[in-house]
Write a new protein. Structure first.
Length: 297
C-alpha cells in the first residue's frame, strides 16, 4: 500500500517529518507487516500471470495505528472503509494512519504488470492512492457496492477476484519484453553498482533511452530505483529468515557493499535504521514463527 502524498517525489525529508508527526500523535510507527493480521492467498489461475496474490490486512483493535509501508515495487488494487483505490508504486516508505480494527483487502500486481492492465502509465500514480472510479469509471462504483455488501472478508476477496476475472474479456497487452527482462535481472540481485542501466541495456539489447522510458511507464520509476527497492526487500527477507544474524552478514547477502551502505539505503528508503528494522521483524517473525509469514517481495 501507499498513501497519497505528492511531496514524496519532491522532498527527500518527507518520510522523516511524517514519522516524527506520527510519533507525536500515535507513538512510534511500526513496519506494516508487524501490525495486526496479514494473510495472502494465490489469485485465480487465470489472473496469475498479472497478479501476485490476493491479500487482507486487519489492524489491531484499541487505538488508531500509523504504519510504515515499505516500498516493494508493486502496485495494488485495494478496498477499505474509504472505498476502492489503486495504490501506485512507492519510491520510499509511506506512513498511512489507519483506524483501529480496519480491514483492508487487495490484489497485488506483479511488478511491471499494472500499467498494461490499467491502461495507465504508472508514472502518473507513483506514490499516489487513486480512486478506482477515475480509471474504471462507473464499473468501479458497482464493484465497490458489491464488496461493501459482502457478509465477510473472505466473501469480499471473492467479489474482488470475480471483478478482476470479469475484466479479462478485454485482455491487456503484455508489457514490453525489456521490462520483463529488466525485472528478472534486478530480482536476481547480482550487482551492487549504484546504476544498473548500462549493464541492463547491454544484456537486454535495447537503448538506455528506451529502457528508461519503458521503466517509468511500467514500473513508475527507473531501473536504478527498482534495484534499490528489491535489494531492500532482500534484506527484509533475510531479517525474517535469520533473525539472529549480524547486520554485516545480512547486508552483504542482500547485495549491499557493506553495512554502512545498508544503513544509508535503509534510512533513505524507510527512515528506519537497519537495527530498528531487524528488531521489529525479529520480535514478530522470530525463530519458530518465520514459516508462518509469506513474503511479499
Amino acid at each position: 500500500m501507499g498513501t497519497s502524498c505528492p511531496a514524496y517525489d519532491k522532498d527527500p525529508g518527507a518520510p522523516e517529518r511524517l514519522q516524527q508527526e506520527a510519533r507525536l500523535r500515535l507513538g512510534p510507527p511500526a513496519l506494516a507487516q508487524t501490525r495486526g493480521i496479514y494473510r495472502e492467498q494465490s489469485p485465480p489461475a487465470a489472473l496469475a500471470s498479472q497478479f501476485k496474490c490476493l491479500w487482507l490486512h486487519r489492524m489491531p483493535d484499541g487505538a488508531p495505528s500509523t504504519i510504515a509501508v515499505v516500498p516493494d515495487g508493486c502496485s495494488d488494487i485495494i478496498w477499505s472503509s474509504k472505498g476502492l483505490a489503486i495504490v501506485g508504486p512507492d519510491r520510499i516508505a509511506a506512513f498511512p494512519e489507519l483506524p483501529a480494527g480496519e480491514t483492508i483487502i487487495g490484489a497485488r500486481f506483479r511488478i511491471g504488470a499494472a500499467a498494461s492492465w490499467l491502461r495507465t502509465p504508472l508514472r502518473e500514480m507513483t506514490g499516489q492512492t487513486v480512486p478506482l472510479h477515475l480509471v474504471w469509471g462507473p464499473a468501479a462504483n458497482e464493484i465497490e457496492a458489491r464488496i461493501r455488501d459482502a457478509a465477510s472478508t473472505p466473501e469480499r476477496l471473492g467479489v474482488l477476484a470475480a471483478a478482476l476475472l470479469g475484466r479479462l474479456s478485454a485482455e491487456p497487452p503484455p508489457p514490453p519484453p525489456d521490462i520483463a527482462a529488466c525485472v528478472a535481472h534486478l530480482q536476481v540481485g547480482r550487482s551492487t553498482v549504484d546504476d544498473p542501466i548500462r549493464t541492463l541495456v547491454h544484456e537486454i539489447g535495447t537503448s538506455e533511452r528506451t529502457l528508461r522510458r519503458h521503466c517509468h511507464e511500467h514500473l513508475g520509476y527507473g531501473a536504478k530505483t527498482l534495484g534499490r527497492i528489491l535489494r531492500l526487500q532482500r534484506f527484509l527477507a533475510a531479517c525474517r529468515s535469520r533473525p539472529g544474524d549480524t547486520l554485516a552478514n545480512l547486508a552483504v547477502d542482500a547485495g549491499y557493499a557493506d553495512q554502512a551502505h545498508l544503513a544509508r539505503e535503509a534510512r533513505g528508503l524507510t527512515s528506519f535504521t537497519p537495527r530498528e528494522i531487524q528488531r521489529q521483524l525479529a520480535a514478530r517473525f522470530g525463530i519458530g514463527r518465520v514459516e508462518n509469514f509469506r513474503t511479499t517481495t
